[in-house]
Design a protein around this ligand. Structure first.
Ligand code: UDX
Ligand code: UDX
Length: 450
């Protein structure tokens, strides 16, 4: 099938490349000419494992193309995916941000003007309830001759695992209201349906809400385990064992119970806020989701206080090494990352900050902060008074911490991802701090003292 994907960002590009790999004839469209030039030269605009190879294989096979020419791509397509960004709208303090639909609206207009025969327009971007209807109205009013259906088909792609999440999804959700669109969507996903993937057909409104509800639920699990981590620290329990202890109950499940510095990224923070906004609009408040948002905001400040208190209440004039800038490992994305709060706050408190991240430094530089960018873990931690781990990169875990210790001024490590082995770190002479647990040796010591 001939498919166009509008927006070649994290979601659009992965969607386009995976659909091409399933055998479709795909053109990805983006407004930014440099992005398209790079893609045509085989250079990926984002870091996502396996993407470069997937794109290369499918462009060589002639199934995947990149262009800025939306008209040409859409006029030939039977299915058009909208994968443009839906960032949070600016709000007054205290309000919950709705999703900004300006890119979706302009894409819908451009698609309407370019459409030829019957076309299915698919909202892949995360959009509020009623957006399928809104897109249909825009297309109808822009081009009264257009023959089309609008479908909601949310993405559930985790950055860093997006290709796998597309190719082996837990489910595919499509929200539609007519049989013609049903047939086209079943054709789009035939290769995955044939492999036995769960395929759920529902109304556009339910589909739109499923996306927000899924992300809000996952965010709730994270918020919950982070609060349990605080409680574990207070009572001398171990949050990792607690996660296992509750997660092995099938009704709860093990996933998304890893305590850390709070959730970030381009989805959970904005989607939880947008869900609250929608719920308030419809006068059906979601108090649980509200608590999760508040708890996650507090978490950032809790982490800052933890760092300051380990540094004996004062980081002024201290050399602080920050390992990890991205909102999680295996991506170059720093949107809504904990580093965006912690690094400026450390600077404000008078610290000298040196950072290192395997992929996120270029994006982080847009913050224009007065910090040093290191070239490796060793370069970053040399002469540090304290090291803070903000992202769970394997490279940090695999570093030879025993030998790194001598490079530091003070052997203080604050591991906000519980990435390193607590016992080994303590035994190696580090003053090691993590989340929701004490190292075994520290617990032993406490037991002996009791
Ligand atoms: C996506 C979804 O769209 C968002 O709703 C979801 O919640 C997260 O994932 P993402 O892929 O992260 O967003 O966005 P981004 O990486 O910013 O990519 C959007 C692309 O669309 C950009 O390359 C931008 O240039 C392009 N674009 C935007 C267009 O081509 N046309 C437009 O009119 C607007
Ligand atoms: C999310 C959704 O998982 C995905 O289905 C799609 O809707 C896009 O949004 P993504 O934002 O890429 O994916 O990352 P995800 O793996 O969900 O992590 C989000 C944040 O939660 C990260 O900051 C991560 O570090 C944090 N997290 C995740 C935890 O703190 N603990 C966990 O157990 C899991």
């Amino acid at each position: 099938m001939k498919i166009a994907v509008i927006g070649a960002g994290y979601v659009g590009l992965v969607t386009g490349a995976c659909l091409a790999d399933s055998g479709h004839d795909v053109i990805c469209v983006d407004k930014i000419p440099e992005k398209i030039e790079k893609l045509n030269a085989g250079i990926m605009p984002i870091y996502e494992e396996g993407l470069e190879e997937l794109v290369s294989r499918n462009t060589k096979a002639g199934r995947l193309q990149f262009t800025t020419d939306l008209d040409q791509a859409v006029s030939a397509a039977q299915a058009v995916f909208i994968g443009v960004g839906t960032p949070p709208l600016e709000t007054k303090d205290g309000d919950y941000a709705a999703a900004d639909l300006k890119y979706v609206r302009s894409a819908a207009e451009e698609i309407a003007n370019a459409m030829q025969d019957y076309t299915v327009v698919i909202n892949k971007s995360t959009v509020p309830v009623g957006t399928a209807q809104m897109v249909a109205e825009i297309i109808q009013s822009t081009n009264s001759q257009a023959q089309f259906s609008v479908v909601s088909n949310p993405e559930f792609l985790r950055e860093g695992q997006a290709i796998n999440d597309f190719m082996k999804p837990d489910r595919i959700v499509v929200g539609l209201s007519d049989d013609k669109a049903k047939a086209v969507m079943q054709q789009v996903y035939k290769p995955l349906i044939d492999r036995g993937v769960t395929y759920l057909e529902t109304t556009p409104e339910t589909s739109e809400l499923i996306k927000y509800a899924a992300n809000a639920f996952l965010a709730t699990k994270i918020g919950f385990i982070n609060e349990m981590a605080n409680l574990c620290e207070a009572v001398g329990a171990n949050v990792e064992e607690l996660s296992k202890g509750i997660g092995t109950d099938n009704r709860i499940g093990q996933a998304f119970l890893k305590a850390g510095p709070g959730f970030g990224g381009s989805c959970f923070p904005k989607d939880t806020e947008a869900l609250i906004h929608i719920a308030n609009e419809y006068d059906a408040p979601v108090s649980i989701v509200k608590s999760v948002v508040v708890s996650n905001m507090n978490r950032r400040m809790e982490m800052l206080h933890k760092i300051i208190s380990v540094c004996k209440g004062n980081v002024n004039g201290k050399n602080i090494a920050v390992l990890g800038l991205t909102f999680k490992a295996n991506t170059d994305d720093v949107r809504e990352s904990i580093s965006q709060t912690i690094v400026p706050e450390l600077l404000k408190a008078g610290a000298q900050v040196r950072v290192y991240d395997p992929q996120g430094m270029e994006e982080f530089k847009h913050m224009n902060l007065d910090i040093e960018y290191a070239s490796s873990v060793e370069d970053c931690i040399t002469k540090a008074d304290a090291v803070i781990i903000l992202t769970e990169w394997k490279e940090f875990q695999q570093a030879n911490w025993k030998s790194l210790k001598d490079k530091m001024t003070l052997p203080v490590v604050i591991d906000l991802r519980n990435l390193l082995d607590a016992n080994q770190m303590t035994e190696s002479g580090f003053d090691y701090h993590c989340i929701g647990k004490l190292s075994d040796s520290a617990s032993d010591l406490l037991r002996k003292m009791a």
